[in-house]
Design a protein. Structure first.
Length: 342
């Protein structure tokens, strides 16, 4: 009941009796006392109604704006993260299971796996998402997040969608390269960057279309004892439990990549500088880590793209958009250039 309605009902019930009592009283002092008590009662009723109305107001969702992060970030020690995840999993109580669904956890793999291999690793747990990238030697590639409730079928379907998007992206790069006029140093460099972007996108499309060994992590949900069983499997590097996670849409997962060994830091790329990204509108999530190839090296966060994504715009404009962070290379031991922030 709204506060206004309650006040009206109080007026209707209290005021008539008080008015009749005042009319029957001829004594001035008595009438004054009755009015005083009426004022006190009315004030008390208003105050009580106001307090009730405040307490009865809907609270709303107190988690709005809060984001939970699970995984590694730039500068983290990868061995330290793996030890921490193992300790958290060992200490996870059975009561950590959410109502009937279990505990969310980030599973990272020892190597990149094809979709068919995932069934042996994740087949008996509930999977929400898998993370993948094409590990091209010496080149930076995009990290993608594929919704996958059914393994491996949803992973294969998601890879096909990524491949189609990469084909369109490659064509866009090629059109932009052809549209660059002039033979100056700046024009040649920009053209080379677009050509390089087209080559990487074409290679990514071909890899995803054939169901490549590109998956390196997954978000799962299971009971603590089941998660411990998953952690003991040969292809699993770590299981990082996240009992604090209740909503995936307010959680950022940033798993370490198989080639990350010591510290998360900027990647290196032996190819040309990353090309300006075509005008592709994608549903993106906050950054996840990007890799280096040589053992003992790691990389800093890079963009993650969730599929399916809208198709890119036409390549008629030759004006390059702002550059994006390149995702993840396999590199030599050269000093790693720091990518532009997203």
């Amino acid at each position: 009941m709204r506060a206004g309605n309650l006040l009206r009902q109080l007026d209707q019930r209290l005021l008539p009796p008080l008015t009749r009592a005042v009319a029957r009283l001829g004594d001035r002092s008595a009438r004054s006392g009755v009015l005083t008590w009426a004022a006190v009662l009315s004030a008390a009723a208003v105050l009580g109604t106001a307090v009730w109305a405040v307490d009865d107001a809907p609270v709303g969702d107190r988690t709005v704006g809060e984001v939970t992060r699970v995984g590694v970030t730039d500068g983290d020690s990868v061995p330290g993260y793996l030890r921490s995840a193992a300790a958290d999993l060992a200490a996870l109580p059975a009561s950590a299971s959410s109502a009937g669904g279990g505990t969310y956890a980030l599973v990272t793999l020892t190597e990149y796996l094809p979709p068919q291999r995932l069934a042996a690793v994740l087949g008996d747990v509930g999977v929400s998402t898998v993370f993948g990238r094409v590990p091209l030697p010496g080149r930076q590639t995009e990290i993608v997040r594929i919704p996958a409730l059914r393994v491996p079928d949803d992973v294969v379907a998601g890879m096909e969608e990524v491949a189609a998007r990469k084909d369109t992206e490659a064509a866009d790069y090629q059109a932009r390269a052809a549209a660059v006029d002039g033979d100056g140093v700046g024009e040649r460099e920009l053209r080379e960057r677009y050509v390089s972007g087209a080559e990487v996108a074409t290679a990514e499309a071909a890899a995803y279309r054939t169901g490549c060994a590109c998956v390196y992590a997954a978000v799962v949900r299971a009971a603590p004892q089941v998660l411990r069983g998953v952690a003991a499997r040969p292809d699993v590097r770590a299981v990082d439990p996240a009992p604090e996670v209740y909503r995936l849409d307010r959680t950022v997962f940033t798993p370490p990549l198989p080639e990350q060994r010591d510290v998360v830091r900027p990647p290196a790329d032996t190819g040309p500088s990353p090309a300006p990204t075509p005008d592709v509108s994608v549903e993106s999530t906050p950054p996840a880590p990007a890799p280096l190839a040589s053992v003992g090296e790691s990389s800093e966060p890079a963009p993650v793209v969730t599929i399916p994504s809208p198709a890119p715009s036409s390549a008629e404009s030759t004006e390059p958009p702002p550059p994006s962070i390149a995702t993840s290379p396999d590199s030599t031991g050269a000093e790693s250039p720091t990518p532009a922030s997203s």
